[in-house]
Ligand binder design. Structure first.
Ligand code: AFP
Length: 336
């Protein structure tokens, strides 16, 4: 039970104060992001009324055009973040190219990467969806505007990462490298309040999360690992339980709190390095877990393009290490 009430703004400010010379820019940046998330959360909560208020792409009963929720989320983040003077460039899973900061707006020292509405195919069935974000410092210095180079940074260079989950309640989970903290939105106050301080993920879980329908495209290591966690071996805590929503933020959030392993294996993977894998890898590592492709640590991958996909295995550290061992043994056996 929390002994004091802390808003997310207060928490971010307290963390920023730990850095001598901090200007408050970073606090303002994250505060703008929470505003965008509150607006998105409000629209997501109305999604069930779509049959009453109008389908997307239509004119609703009020004569307004109804936007697709992922377009709405993208535009809301751009409008909330593009003019506050803290960013030099953005990039989103929904945009083919980098998103420049509008010409008239002041340029700042941070880079924002985001997935505006992850798991959006779950909206129709009222399952949890989310917004994922990742923040880097600008590394180029020839112009005030940021460039592609500023966006293509390794996950290990992120200065903050987090997500908003729109579920039975709306939550924000974030890290700046000093623990992972969760805040729950009190809709009556419009404030995110600290509800999960210093989240630590169990070192081993009892849950595996994978789309088993893709079994025929898995590599040998993944197949053996999944057979292993399903073995009836009570002495090892097996079999694990399968839990898979198909909404990354929802699957990740459950496994972060309860322990377990999420897998979207290769050969190429589906999930994006910059908007999904790197931010969640930073969070899980700072909560005591691990994230890999099987062959390498996610945070060590140097991105080569904005929409690069990677295999993604993340969760409890002992489970991810077991997977890596199965993956690498199968590779070595195939090479013999
Ligand atoms: P959508 O945004 O199209 O719903 O995709 C969701 C997602 O990117 C991620 O949130 C899920 O973990 C993953 O795809 C599910 O993919 P499969 O449907 O192939 O299992």
């Amino acid at each position: 039970m929390q002994t004091k009430i802390t808003t997310v703004q207060q928490h971010i400010l307290d963390e920023e104060r730990l850095h001598p010379g901090a200007t408050g820019d970073f606090t303002a940046l994250l505060t703008s992001l929470t505003l965008a998330a509150k607006i998105i959360s409000r629209e997501v909560n109305k999604a069930g009324l779509v049959k009453i208020l109008g389908e997307t792409g239509e004119i609703n009963v009020h004569g307004e055009s109804v936007q697709k929720l992922d377009d709405f989320a993208q535009q809301t983040i751009c409008r909330a973040m593009g003019h506050n003077g803290h960013l030099c460039v953005m990039a989103s899973e929904e945009s083919a190219d980098i998103i420049p900061i509008p010409g008239e707006s002041e340029k700042g020292k941070y880079v924002l990467m985001f997935d505006p509405l992850d798991g959006s195919s779950n909206i129709d069935v009222n399952a949890s969806i989310g917004t994922i974000f990742s923040i880097h410092r600008k590394i180029t210095n020839h112009t005030p505007e940021g460039s592609l180079e500023d966006c293509l940074q390794k996950g290990s260079d992120q200065i903050a990462a987090g997500y908003f989950i729109y579920g039975s309640s709306t939550m924000m989970v974030y890290t700046t490298g000093q623990g992972v903290h969760g805040f729950t939105l009190d809709p009556s106050l419009g404030e995110f309040l600290l509800s999960h301080e210093n989240i630590r993920t169990p070192s081993r879980g009892k849950i595996y999360s994978i789309n088993e329908g893709h079994v025929n495209s898995w590599d040998a290591g993944t197949r053996r690992y999944i057979d292993y966690v399903k073995e009836d071996r009570k002495d090892r805590g097996h079999p694990y339980s399968l839990r898979y929503i198909g909404s990354l933020v929802a699957d990740f959030h459950r496994n972060l709190l309860k322990g377990g392993i999420f897998l979207y294996p290769g050969p190429k993977g589906k999930l994006r390095l910059l908007y999904e894998a790197s931010p969640l890898a930073m969070i899980v590592e700072h909560a005591g877990g691990a994230a890999s492709t099987g062959a390498e640590r996610i945070l060590d991958i140097q991105p080569t393009s904005l929409h690069q996909r990677v295999p993604l295995i993340l969760g409890s550290v002992d489970d991810v290490m077991d997977y890596n061992q199965f993956y690498n043994e199968a590779l070595a056996a195939a090479a013999d």
